[in-house]
Every structure is written in C-alpha cells, then in structure tokens.
Design a protein around this ligand. Structure first.
Ligand SMILES: [Zn+2]
Length: 218
C-alpha cells in the first residue's frame, strides 16, 4: 500500500508548492491595492490607542448571550480614520475611547433579533442598522488608568436616563456626555438621542448593509 501512495503524496506536495507561492504574492499585493474608504478593516491594525470591551463577544450584555465568536472591532476604513482623529483629540484632554461594539454582520443582527425580537432594543434585520453598514460605534471614555467616566447609566441601559436630553443628572455626568458628543461631532459623527454611547459616521449612513465576517484566530 505504501508504495502505491508514496508517488501520489509526492505529486500532491509538488502541486501544493506550485500553487502556494503565486497565491501569497497575489494576496500581498491585493492587501495594498484594495483598501479604500469602504473596505472593512480591523481598528487595532491602524491604532493601538483604543480600549476594548466588546460586550457581544461575551455574555455580559442585555441578550445574556455571546453572539460574536471573538472580540474584534471591524469598521469601514473611513470610520476608522475619523475615529482615530476623535481619539487623538480625546487623548489631548487625558482620555481614550473605549469600544463596546463596532461593525456587526447582518447574520449577527439576525441572531440578536431571534433572541430579542423587539425593535425598541434591537434593530430589525430586515432594515439593518448603521452597525450593519460599518459606520456606527458604541463607545464611552476612560482615563489613562482605564477608569470609565461616569455617563449616568451603563452601556445598553434601556430607559429615558440613557437619553442625551435626560435633565436630572449631575453637572459632571452632563459634562462627560457633552465632551464625548462634542469631540465626535468634530469628526463628523452624529449622536443618537436615546443612546448616549451610539455614534454614526455621517459619511457612512448610505453604505450597504453587509454580511462580511472576520476570521477568528484561536
Ligand atoms: Zn450602537
């Protein structure tokens, strides 16, 4: 048996060698050429200055369910560029942006909708949200020790207290929310009235809903 398979194995090895090198070379050149404003990229490949707490890659979220296989923050390249500029402004003031959620593939939106089919809490996947378009982020601010600024409620708190207009907070909380909103507005992000943590890149509102999925390296 071995004498029969051995030539076959050698043949397969040679075929693999023949395929391998040109593919790698082609992939490298594609990586350089194909990144434009709407390409999905991993934020950490462009900046190491962010703090991450990707809630949907854990069970620490209102769904009580881990819906991402791994915690990565993918966004359209134009969203990444604007977010980095916003973070640089924050860092001059002694703070950093901490991320709770970024781009969300449409299949994940469907999974979330299956768990909580309520448009008050989850965007209906038939329409999709700006998260599905790669132009939205859920964020807060931390100091350089990683301590979160007090924003009055936790992320994904569903109640009127999460609204930017909620009047009954201390000056400190209002100032913290306003700082985040003011700096994000400078980089052309819209705030969302009922969720202090959610920001949409204006230039990303009309991009297509996507189901692009990133790879997880376990
Ligand atoms: Zn959001």
């Amino acid at each position: 048996m071995i004498s029969f398979f051995k030539p076959l194995l050698v043949f397969l090895f040679l075929v693999n060698l023949g395929n391998c090198y040109p593919q790698t070379a082609a992939n490298n050149s594609q990586l350089i050429v194909l990144v434009n404003d709407t390409t999905f990229v991993n934020l950490k490949d462009y900046s190491r200055d962010f703090v991450y707490d990707m809630k949907y890659a854990s069970e620490d979220n209102f769904l009580k369910s881990k819906v991402y296989d791994c915690a990565e923050c993918y966004l359209r390249y134009k969203t990444v560029k604007a977010l980095i500029l916003a973070n640089q402004r924050m860092m001059k003031k002694g703070y950093k942006i901490k991320l709770f959620d970024c781009y969300r593939p449409l299949d994940i939106q469907k999974r979330m909708w299956a768990i909580v089919p309520n448009p008050q809490y989850v965007a209906n996947p038939s329409k999709g949200s700006i998260h599905n378009r790669g132009g939205a982020v859920d964020i807060t601010l931390v100091d350089f020790d990683g301590k979160e600024l007090n924003m009055g409620t936790s992320f994904d708190f569903f109640g009127k207290e999460a609204s930017h207009d909620y009047p009954n907070f201390s000056k400190e909380i209002k100032n913290n929310r306003n700082l985040l909103r003011r700096i994000m507005a400078k980089e052309k992000f819209n705030s969302f009235d009922s969720e202090w943590w959610h920001y949409n890149l204006k230039a990303g509102l009309n991009d297509a809903v996507s189901n692009f999925k990133w790879e997880c390296n376990f």
